[in-house]
Design a binder for this molecule. Structure first.
Ligand code: 6PG
Length: 244
């Protein structure tokens, strides 16, 4: 199921998304005893994380049962300004005092991006008790989208986009000065729910292409995110939705 939710401004978009995250988490915890939540990097989700860490949202979820994962990471140490882990640490982990055992960080500081990807695959295999060939099912994956249509660290014309066997892979290309490590499309497409958060006028044309455009030619990375029986939602502010 695919749904587009357009909000008149950023704050409304964050409020609607925060309510949906809490609802999804409550459902997962009541049915399975835990909530496996994959977080996005970039600038857009910061406001969402801040909101989730404040009342009333912070009080509506049993955070001790929430396990945090990352959709992608830059190959930098966790204290680096470009680290997606650091973003979440500042806005969600520290304010809520989340237990270390619930944090499943992509260790971007390891000696090579390939090693980072392999280590994270091992982390996922251990947490989800995966057998060879299994794909983990995350309860909810949050994604952003670049104006070029990339999502997580799946970039147009990067080999990572074609990866269909691995759960996690490293980009060949460098972005904002670093190679990246990312969940692959098979891993993302196996989630129960995926929420995109897309805001700002610079995303409007790409949002139109992803949500309404033709699928001829090479699809944009964000167009490769399709859930066969999961729930795919696009949360947009009015500026990003201005071409729809
Ligand atoms: C990252 C994100 C990336 C991001 C988009 C949009 O590591 O940067 O995972 O996919 O979501 O680049 O970024 P903005 O929210 O800053 O526009």
């Amino acid at each position: 199921m695919k749904k587009t939710l357009i909000s008149s401004n950023l704050d409304e978009m964050y409020q609607r998304c925060a309510s949906a995250v809490v609802k999804a988490g409550t459902q997962s915890i009541s049915t399975g005893g835990r909530f496996t939540l994959v977080l996005s990097g970039g600038t857009t989700p910061r406001g969402l994380y801040q909101l989730l860490a404040t009342a009333p949202y912070r009080d509506r979820l049993s955070w001790e049962r929430v396990h945090l994962f990352w959709g992608d990471e830059r190959c930098v140490p966790p204290e680096h300004a470009e680290s997606n882990f650091r973003l979440v640490q500042e806005e969600l982990i520290n304010p809520l005092g989340l237990p270390q055992g619930n944090l499943h960080r992509i260790k971007g500081e390891l000696e090579s991006p390939e090693k980072v990807a392999a280590e994270y695959e091992a982390e996922l295999a251990d947490f989800f008790k995966l057998q060879a060939g299994d794909v983990p099912t995350f309860d909810l994956i949050l994604l952003g989208m670049g104006a070029d249509g990339h999502t997580a660290s799946l970039f147009p014309s990067d080999s990572s986009l074609q990866e269909r066997e691995r759960l996690v892979t490293a980009t060949r290309s460098i972005h904002r000065g670093f190679r990246r490590v990312t969940l692959t499309t098979p891993t993302i497409n196996h989630a129960r729910k995926v929420f995109f958060l897309i805001a700002g006028p610079d995303k409007a044309e790409t949002a139109r292409e992803v949500l309404e455009g033709s699928r001829q030619g090479a699809p944009l990375p964000a167009q490769l995110i399709e859930l066969s029986d999961g729930e795919l939602r696009f949360y947009l502010d009015k500026a990003a939705a201005s071409r729809l």
